[in-house]
Design a protein around this ligand. Sequence first.
Ligand SMILES: CC(C)(COP(=O)(O)OP(=O)(O)OC[C@H]1O[C@@H](n2cnc3c(N)ncnc32)[C@H](O)[C@@H]1OP(=O)(O)O)[C@@H](O)C(=O)NCCC(=O)NCCS
Length: 222
Amino acid sequence: MKTTIYFIELSEHENLKEYEKFIKFVSPKRQLQIDKFRFDIDKKLSLFSDLFVRYSACKALDLKNSDLLFDKNTYGKPYLVGYPDFHYNISHTRYAIAIGLSETPIGVDIEKNKAADLQIAERFFSKGEQQYILSDNQKQETLFYEIWTKKEAYIKWLGKGLAIPLNTFDVTDTQIGRMFNTIEINDYLVSVCNREEFNYMEFLQLNENQVSILLSEFIENT
Ligand SMILES: CC(C)(COP(=O)(O)OP(=O)(O)OC[C@H]1O[C@@H](n2cnc3c(N)ncnc32)[C@H](O)[C@@H]1OP(=O)(O)O)[C@@H](O)C(=O)NCCC(=O)NCCS
């Protein structure tokens, strides 16, 4: 399996009917989490990303949804039990999801390219990363989110989340820097962290309707 990144934008109100028929195909724990979200968009981001991973795992490994068992490492990184060569990572933000699938560990982060609080950079970014942001006055906010998403993708690749202090590594360092790909798409930045030697990554954009059709077919046939 090569490295594939899916980028999916979701609208706030469409497809709530789909949501009802999808929900029983995710774990009872996920169902509870979804139920607790106050806003429909958060329910949908969580449900669609979870079910899309299930669909992808079943397709890649020729399994049924009921065969899938997920667990989390000590720091909360989820993985598919029993398939050590199937790696995935998800990230969601309003109103989009990024999902990375690979045969080696992967970390993915998506952020909306909006007004940036540059004080965060002073607090959490290394000197090299701060200099990188200042290197182009016209693009400071985009560069900020490039660094932010790379840092998140890196700690998600490692699987240790915030147990790794954000200012203890530098994503502009030439050694670490080779592990990233960053894609600017619509109003979003998506960064992917994967093994150093990988040289081919497929990036696929799907819209809500396409995903909804895929997931409907999946639940009918699984
Ligand atoms: C939890 C964390 C791993 C990512 O959080 P996030 O950026 O808010 O959320 P994302 O949508 O990108 O990722 C959430 C998904 O990552 C996965 N995940 C959770 N813990 C993980 C870990 N330790 N490693 C990798 N992936 C993890 C889960 O699939 C989760 O989705 P789910 O909750 O629907 O199951 C953690 O890095 C965090 O809290 N980061 C915020 C730190 C920050 O403030 N950064 C700003 C400056 S860089």
